[in-house]
Design a protein around this ligand. Structure first.
Ligand SMILES: [Zn+2]
Length: 113
């Protein structure tokens, strides 16, 4: 379950941001999560709850901001909303999409005191 690893590195990043900003306690963590990031939200939330123990974010709330997937066909250039990777282009049948948006997982902001 790679979400546990993701949550652990997320917490590392949060602690770095918190100390850089002089925060002693993080109350909210905003995370941008793309629909194509292949991250299971429940597993990530669980991993976060485990990984945050004993850190500045021990009681922090995790706010997920979802980004829809968007891709462009590599052959004909048509742009479509992507809900998952894979599948063929409806216009030309090419099974190759260049992902334009939605494959990211990014710490967008932290709030603390
Ligand atoms: Zn195409």
């Amino acid at each position: 379950m790679h979400e546990l690893t993701l949550a652990a590195s997320l917490l590392e990043l949060i602690e770095q941001h918190a100390s850089a900003n002089g925060l002693s306690k993080v109350v909210r963590v905003h995370l941008t999560l793309g629909a194509l990031a292949a991250v299971d939200e429940q597993a990530l939330t669980f991993g976060f709850e485990v990984a945050r123990r004993g850190t500045v974010a021990e009681t922090a709330e995790l706010c997920l901001e979802r980004v829809a997937g968007r891709g462009a066909c590599e052959t004909c250039g048509v742009e479509v909303a992507l809900e998952a990777r894979g599948g063929a282009c409806r216009a030309c049948g090419t099974p190759c999409w260049k992902v334009l948006a939605g494959d990211e997982m990014r710490l967008s902001a932290i709030e603390g005191v």
